[in-house]
Design a protein. Sequence first.
Length: 345
Amino acid sequence: MLTKTEVITTDALIIGAGPVGLFAVFELGLLDMKCHLIDILDKVGGQCAELYPEKPIYDIPGIPYITGAGLTDALMEQIKPFHPTFHLGEMVETVEKIGDPKFRVTTDRGQVFEAKVIVIAAGGGSFQPKRPPIPGIEAYESKSVYYAVRQMEAFRGKRLLIAGGGDSALDWTLNLAPLASHLTLLHRRQEFRAAPDSVNKMMKLVGEGKIDFVVGQVTALEGADGQVSKAIVKTNDGSNFEIACDAILPFFGLTMKLGPVANWGVKLNDNLIPVDTEKFESNIAGIFAVGDINTYPGKLKLILSGFHEVALMSQKAHRYIYPDKRLVFQYTTSSTSLQKKLGVS
């Protein structure tokens, strides 16, 4: 039963704590706007932290190589001077307009916020891995069945079964093969949906006897107390055999759920929020959308695009927060006032 809690007031409420939501704290903070962030995940970083914390990212300007976890850590360090408040493991359920602009937001935990502007940085909405149709798999989840790799070292010396035929399955097969005592890649057919280079590298490991590749599907699991010991696999010819394993990593893609966003009154186009390219505002004044959740002509779903969108969004947000205050554009390289805010003056 939800209990009534004290209303939290803030300048800006950011929905989504992925890289773009985190950088929004920085851009808004430079302009003296205080932020609270809400994310359905139990940690910051969004898809970067949830899906590929140790997978390399190569297209962040000025950073030749960084992992999803590394980017998240760097952004958290960058926004420290602005002291944002995070509300993790919560989902926004209702958004009500109570001013011009001012909004009352309620989460599934009963927490109530009042903010002058809302920044939706929710990626593709709330997401969850597609669960394989294996009876009783829930009992093994988070104990020996994992839908994401958070720490590669956790799989060192283990017998691994990776299921799937896309980029995630192939990437983790290549990354975990050197750590596992034995690794089997299982896919329901010979053809893959992954990058050809990854497939070639995987087949080379198979040819060298370093990993196994099996065509088939898992139909049952055996084990006790959440620890899997073997998977029962049905091959395409109808025969069954067992694969001994200590951990299973199914990569069957994600189910993206827009969630309650559809009920907030924001205009949607194919589950995305149409915005202009001047201020990245939705059809509701004071509600902005940045990152993968928005759409506009020429949109590219890149982290760096989201960073650009946040910078322009913050200019318009400032006019709502400080309607009587003239905004003077400044550079962090030369502005002593901005450097003071960042603690580097």
